[in-house]
Write a protein that binds this ligand. Structure first.
Ligand code: MN
Length: 323
């Protein structure tokens, strides 16, 4: 999915200075963002006061939308750099095409994991014949310096390891490892993503890594995370230093647990690009505009690619790297 926020300036993210070393409760409300074509999403990350959770740097939540009589999702070809995208659905399906030749239908609770690395372009749309409901999340993972220019790749994992911890909790390991279950998805920094289904009345505890920071997004239902009631569609940032997390549900609930080692490096995010400097962003923008080889070609998409917005004239304020 794409960031269509045409007015935004490049912004610095990352660094440990804003990461609490101990458990925290920060309730993050979503803000509405448009993806064009009538698709509205609710953006949880970046959020005022909380920019990243581990290497997770972007979280959009959309639906459930009734698209029975509509085309549904329509995101034309657009580029990415220095990040991975994670497509995660709770209902419906998305047809993914990219410049490394992938054309895959990603269904509910299957992992579509695209590594942009040095550069990739992709398009996402609802297939012509699609389910009535579309409900999902689109997430980005920032790549660390040593791996930010890896060759682009796409992985589709339909059979992910599951958790059955009892207490009314079922989990799917999307990325990383929890309770001995390991996702096959490729990661480049210590990272965790777990899809959690809580039955009404559930009361369960999941083991966590204390050196990770964590957050939970409620995609549906009303859940209590570490005793905090979470309105549907909101995210609770949990800080670091936890070895377990209690999850309770007042109704059937669908959650996404995100975690990771706090991301030490500072990154620059603008539009669909991540880099380390304004110059990285300017170069990526110019190369996309010029149709450079870096972003390849996409076969089979019936429409024009997205044009990058203008970069604001003022350069990004240099702040140096903080560790
Ligand atoms: Mn995208």
């Amino acid at each position: 999915m794409s960031n269509l926020d045409a007015t935004a300036r490049p912004v610095l993210r990352g660094g440990r200075q804003s990461v609490p070393g101990r458990p925290a409760h920060e309730l993050l409300a979503p803000r509405l963002a448009s993806l064009g074509g009538g698709t509205e999403v609710r953006r949880l990350l970046p959020n005022l006061g909380r920019r990243m959770v581990g290497a997770w740097c972007f979280v959009d939540h959309y639906g459930p939308d009734d698209i029975a009589d509509e085309p549904g999702m329509w995101v034309p070809p657009h580029p990415h750099t220095n990040l991975q995208t994670v497509s995660w659905l709770h209902a419906g399906e998305v047809l993914h095409r990219d410049s490394v030749g992938s054309e895959r239908l990603v269904r509910s609770r299957e992992l579509g994991l695209m590594t942009a690395g040095h550069g990739i372009s992709h398009a996402e749309q609802s297939p012509r014949r699609h389910a009535r409901l579309l409900h999902g999340a689109q997430l980005w993972v920032a790549l660390p310096e040593a791996h930010r220019d890896v060759p682009p790749a796409f992985e589709h994992h339909a059979d992910l390891p599951t958790l059955h911890s009892g207490g009314g909790l079922d989990g799917i390991v999307v990325l990383g490892e929890i309770d001995g279950a390991v996702s096959p998805g490729t990661t480049y920094s210590p990272l965790l993503g777990v899809d959690i289904t809580l039955a009404e009345g559930a009361d369960a505890t999941l083991p966590l890594q204390p050196d990770f920071e964590h957050a939970v997004l409620t995609m549906s239902g009303t859940a209590r995370i570490d005793g905090v009631a979470l309105p549907p569609g909101s995210m609770l940032y949990l800080g670091c230093g936890r070895d377990g997390l209690r999850l309770q549900a007042d109704s059937d609930s669908g959650l996404l647990l995100l975690g990771g080692e706090p991301f030490d490096e500072q990154i620059v995010m603008w539009w669909n690009f991540i880099g380390r400097s304004q110059a990285d962003i300017e170069r990526a923008r110019a190369e996309w505009a010029a149709g450079a080889e870096r972003f390849g070609r996409i076969d089979g998409f019936d429409g024009d690619p997205l044009a990058a917005p203008e970069l604001p004239p003022l350069p990004l304020k240099a702040r140096g790297r903080e560790r």
